[in-house]
Structures are given as C-alpha cells and as structure tokens.
Design a protein around this ligand. Structure first.
Ligand SMILES: *Cc1c(COP(=O)(O)O)cnc(C)c1O
Length: 403
C-alpha cells in the first residue's frame, strides 16, 4: 500500500501531458533525495534564494533569478516588481495601484486564461493589435506603432505570451519597450523544451521571464522560475519573502537584496501568499541542473519508440486511426494522435477511458476536431500497454452499446 492507496486516491495513467490538474510532472530520485536533505535543516530563506539566483543566472543567461511558487506566481511577482520597483510605500499598497503606473500592454492575440496572474498584482491589461492572423481575416499582425501609441505615463510593463509562432517577434517588442524604458515580462511557462529556450527570451532582450518548474523541468509541482534584470528580481523577491524581521538586526545576504532597503523594509508583500518552501527551492535547482544536462534527442527517441509500441498495439482495434508526430514536428515532445471520428466520439472515448480502473487520461486540446492526443511527456514505462488495453476496452464497450 502506498500513500495514495492509504488515502483512497486512485492513481491515474497520464497520457495527457504535464498538466497541473493531473499532478504536473514526476520527479527523479535525485531531486527527491535533495528535497529530503533540505527538509532536515533550518536556513535563511533570503540566503537560499540568493544562492538560487546565481544558479538560475548560470542556466538562463539572466542577471538574476528566484524560485517561485509556479510560473503564475512568477508573473504576479514580476508585475508587482514592475509596478513598485523599490518603493516600499507602493509595495505596502498592492494590489491597490491607484495613482501608480499600473498598465500592462498586451497583444490581443496573446490574451489567455493565465492573464489573471498579471491582474492579481493590481495591473490593468491594455490590449493592442487585432486578431487578423489567428482568425484568418487578414494578413497583418501586431505592428510596433500600435504598442508605441499605447505607451504612456501609466504603463508599467509589456506582457508577452511566448509561443512557437513567435508573433510578433519578441525582439521587435523589446525594441519599442527599450525606447521608452518599459520592462517586458515574458510568460514562458510551457516553452520548455527545447532547452535552448532557457536562454532564448533573455537573449532576445526580455526583462523578466517566467517558467514552470513543475512541467518539463520536472521539479516540484508547485515551483517555478522568475529570471531577469537583477533590480527587478530583487523587487520581486522582497515581495515574496516573509518580512517579519527588524531593520536593526536584518542583514540581507550579499548579491541580490543588499544595496536596497537599508533605510526601511517593506512588510509582507502581495506575494507573501506564494511562499516557496526550502525543499522546493532545492528540488527545483537540482531538477534544473538535470534538465540542462539532459540529452533531448535520446529521450525523444525513447518516447517515439514507446508511442510506436502503443500504435502497434492499437492496430488490433480497427476503428482506431493513430498518427505519430515526432518531436521535430511538434517542436516539443513526440505525440500519438488518435482519431475518434467526431468531437462527440472523442468526448465519449475520453469519458470512457477516465472511468476505467485505473483511470486513463489523454490530452483533449484537439477534441473539438475529433482527436485525442497521447502526449509522451507524461508517460511512464509500461503506460503504453495500459493505454492500449484501455482504448481496446472502451471501443468494445461502445461496440456492444451500438450493436
Ligand atoms: C502552465 C502555464 C502557466 C502557469 O504555470 P504554473 O507553474 O502552473 O503556475 C502560465 N502560463 C502558461 C502559458 C502555462 O502553460
């Protein structure tokens, strides 16, 4: 009996990918060992985050970085830092931003349901551009002048949701932002792999970049990274740390917070609710080292083999048409697309799979096209057999019903 058995929680077969609602990713033994060691001692959290900063800087090319409670928390902290900088009185007022520069300019086609993370700091999102390319109604994307005319005294930052279409190109956005000394915050939560993206956005001039630690980096599920300009990272960190300290006795560790806050220190900030535990900081750092050293092509080769085996096993179910897409085709992980005829058919199959024992989850992002996706990112060895069996059972059940 493992802990989930004792709690009465069903363990699920996850072919849906590295999704927060299914537990993020699974951690390597080396990461877990480091977290167990971290749990055995008291440390100064500001010192631990300053150490994390140097390691994150080494892997991202940024000046500094901190471990956050996920990428969404990183975005909120980044936004807070851009609004307050090092103004302690402003930090005290967040998320009330009346009278402060509180607008985050975003390309309309980048709006997504994680925008709440920007707004949680007290920011207002100002949309620019049209959706012509994504809707197919025209040829024009966002143009530099459209950002430029939205910039004013209330502008705190420009928000950019990174994606593989790279529209508009980040360097173009950065060029406008630099002209007006406005920071650019990049949501790169799910932009790993490829590993090169650890450096790409900073390399292209982003001021702050957020990554999930609990997705492809395979760190603690509730962890993330915020990296970027040292000054802004310091303003983000101070609004995340516990501040039950006295100016008389507090000595900030050298490297990130020293140089600020010698006159006055903020109280607990808007980010205090996103506190990060020492185990997660250590676990994320070890996972990041592993991610940066991994051999992507060998791992993707193994994942493709696993999906080939799954496709072969599915060959027995004649209703199923399965197509394998390589990592080169998806620009992420290899996937197997399973055609279920119609959106309703895909929904029925997904429901049936989730009702089996163990429950099986496939990715539903193309369900409206009648396709379920097996994402190899989340598969454990042997899952290909469990998924193939479950699909076989689901189709047999459907066949019986129809007959
Ligand atoms: C997953 C995700 C987030 C949130 O990341 P967490 O680490 O779960 O907080 C934000 N933005 C995008 C685009 C994501 O995919």
């Amino acid at each position: 009996m493992d802990i989930y058995d004792r709690l009465g929680i069903r363990k699920r077969v996850n072919g849906a990918g590295l999704l927060t609602r299914l537990g993020g990713s699974l951690m390597a033994a080396e990461v877990l060992d480091a977290m167990r060691e971290a749990a055995g001692a008291y440390v100064d959290m500001a010192e631990l985050q300053t150490c994390a900063s140097a390691i994150i800087a080494r892997h991202t090319g940024a000046q500094a970085g901190i471990v956050t409670g996920g990428a969404a928390a990183a975005i909120t902290l980044a936004t807070a830092a851009c609004i307050t900088r090092h103004d302690v009185a402003r930090m005290e007022r967040l998320p009330d931003t009346a009278g402060m520069p509180n607008e985050v300019i975003m390309f309309r086609a980048h709006r997504n349901s994680y925008d709440h993370a920007f707004r949680a700091a007290g920011a207002k999102i100002v949309e620019v551009g049209f959706n012509d390319r994504s809707v197919g109604s025209g040829v024009r994307g966002l143009e530099a002048w459209e950002i430029e005319t939205a910039i004013g005294p209330a502008t705190a930052a420009i928000g950019y949701a990174a994606n593989f279409t790279r529209q508009p190109p980040l360097p173009d956005v950065v060029a406008v932002a630099r002209k007006h000394s406005i920071p650019v915050i990049v949501d790169a939560a799910a932009q790993l792999p490829p590993r090169e993206n650890l450096r790409r956005f900073i390399g292209e001039g982003a001021s702050l970049v957020a990554y999930s630690g609990g997705k492809s980096i395979r760190g603690p599920q509730g962890s993330g990274i915020l990296c970027g300009e040292k000054d802004l990272i310091a303003a983000a960190l101070i609004q995340n740390l516990d501040m039950d300290i006295l100016l008389e006795t507090w000595r900030p560790p050298a490297g990130l917070l020293d140089g600020h806050y010698s006159e006055r220190i903020p109280h607990h900030g808007v980010g205090r609710g996103f506190k990060v535990d020492k185990e997660s900081i250590v676990g994320l750092l070890v996972a990041l080292e592993r991610f940066a050293a991994a051999d992507d092509s060998a791992e993707n080769g193994r994942r493709e083999k696993q999906l080939e085996t799954l496709a072969r096993k599915l060959g027995g179910a004649p209703q199923v048409k399965a197509t394998l897409l390589s990592a080169a085709a998806t620009r992420r992980y290899p996937v197997l697309e399973i055609e279920a005829g119609s959106a309703a058919g895909a929904a029925e199959l997904s429901r049936a799979l989730q009702q089996q024992s163990p429950p099986v989850h496939l990715n539903e992002r193309r369900m409206h096209e009648g396709i379920l996706i097996v994402d190899s990112a989340s598969l454990r060895p042997g899952d290909e057999t469990l998924i193939a069996d479950a699909i076989g059972v689901a189709f047999k059940g459907a066949g019986r019903q129809a007959g």
